[in-house]
Design a protein around this ligand. Structure first.
Ligand code: TYM
Length: 342
């Protein structure tokens, strides 16, 4: 397959489940903003259908979807330029996911570490949607013929599965129809870790709020969480190699690097030799300077929900201009009889 036949297009999504945290921001949202530009079309989605693979209170889901939309815009996504919408309003995602449910194999899904982690010991009681989750994710991407998908490191396995689905579909039907997607997992913060435990990912589901920085935290809360972040007693090294076996130190340096658009080595050139007592206030100041304008803009945007709904509706109309013809072609390849086709 020649990947050049496909126009470069970026797609990514975030689940509207509760607060956005620093991991979502540095691992995904900030990079979505960086990828906006004249070279590539950018399509960003609030994946509400993915959210309901685990129970969501309907009123909370609506609130989180709007708040996430406000977060995208406050972080710098321009809804006039990028296509910004919620997944449920573009039915081709779920329609293509069904086709992919018939392409993907049970064994592929069973190997997904996120499935194993989320379903835990109680797989019999998990929703069928949670099991099929990666097939919907492949559909999200491939219904745009997207070529580039910026994500954090935890989504890597799902993107490999997306490639497997595209390859199997193309082989099964003898076509060169779906692109082989490039995961874009780049930068210093592809895996932001918990502030309480450097071996655990920063996550919405961690019971301790002290483990993460939420985009809606105020300046005092951010400073307190960083001050209390777990560290070791040594000074910071001057070289990246010195961060080996020091997961908490590495995490804080990576966060500083991603927030200041530097490499970890550049950061260590500046702060090497300092104790955490000196570094933590620098990090807190930087975090507050970067995050406070975003959270206050989110709050302002949430004051006009009708405007948010209008932006989402316009985004889904624009999205359907891309997805409807790709789904129609897919149906034709698969052999579905339909009006005006075949
Ligand atoms: P979600 O909603 O869990 O996370 C959204 C994005 O944030 C990244 N992320 C992190 N990055 C660095 N450090 C962390 N601690 C951290 N935690 C989360 C995630 O990697 C992700 O990029 N399945 C996806 C949503 C999705 C999607 C898609 C993504 C649905 N369809 C199609 C890309 C393309 C998810 O649950 O992300």
């Amino acid at each position: 397959m020649t990947e050049t036949k496909f126009t470069p297009r970026v797609f990514s999504g975030i689940q509207p489940t509760g607060n956005l945290h620093l991991g979502n921001y540095l691992g995904a949202l900030k990079r979505f903003v960086d990828m906006q530009g004249p070279e590539m079309e950018t399509v960003y989605c609030m994946v509400d259908l993915h959210a309901i693979t685990t129970w969501q209170d309907p009123a909370d889901l609506m609130h989180s979807t709007r708040e996430l939309c406000a977060g995208f815009i406050a972080a710098g996504i321009d809804p006039e330029h990028s296509i910004l919408f919620n997944q449920s309003q573009v039915p081709e995602h779920a329609q293509l996911a069904w086709i992919f449910n018939c392409v993907a194999r049970m064994g592929w899904m069973q190997r997904m570490t996120q499935w194993k982690d989320k379903a835990g010991k109680n797989q019999q009681n998990a929703s069928l949607g949670l099991f099929a989750y990666p097939s919907l994710m492949a559909a999200d991407i491939l219904v745009y013929h997207a070529t580039h998908v910026p994500v954090g490191d935890d989504q890597k396995q799902h993107l490999e599965l997306t490639r497997d689905i595209a390859i199997k579909f193309n082989n099964d039907f003898g076509v060169d129809f779906f692109p082989i997607t490039e995961p874009v997992i780049e930068g210093a913060a592809t895996r932001v870790m918990s502030l309480r435990d450097g071996s655990k990912k920063m996550s919405k589901s961690d019971p301790s709020d002290m483990s993460r920085i939420n985009m809606t935290d105020d300046a005092d809360t951010i400073a307190k969480k960083i001050r209390k972040a777990k560290t070791d007693p040594d000074a910071l090294p001057s070289e990246v190699a010195g961060l080996e076996h020091r997961p908490e130190a590495r995490n804080l340096v990576n966060i500083y690097a991603a927030m200041s658009d530097q490499t970890p080595q550049q950061v260590l050139a500046e702060v090497g030799g300092k104790q955490f007592g000196e570094f933590k206030p620098m990090l807190a100041e930087l975090a507050v300077a970067k995050l406070s304008p975003i959270s206050s803009e989110m709050a302002r945007l949430m004051g006009d929900q009708a405007e948010i709904d209008r932006i989402l509706a316009r985004g889904s109309e624009r999205a359907r201009e891309i997805t409807a013809p790709i789904l129609r072609d897919t149906y034709e390849i698969v052999g579905m009889v339909g009006a005006g086709q075949n």
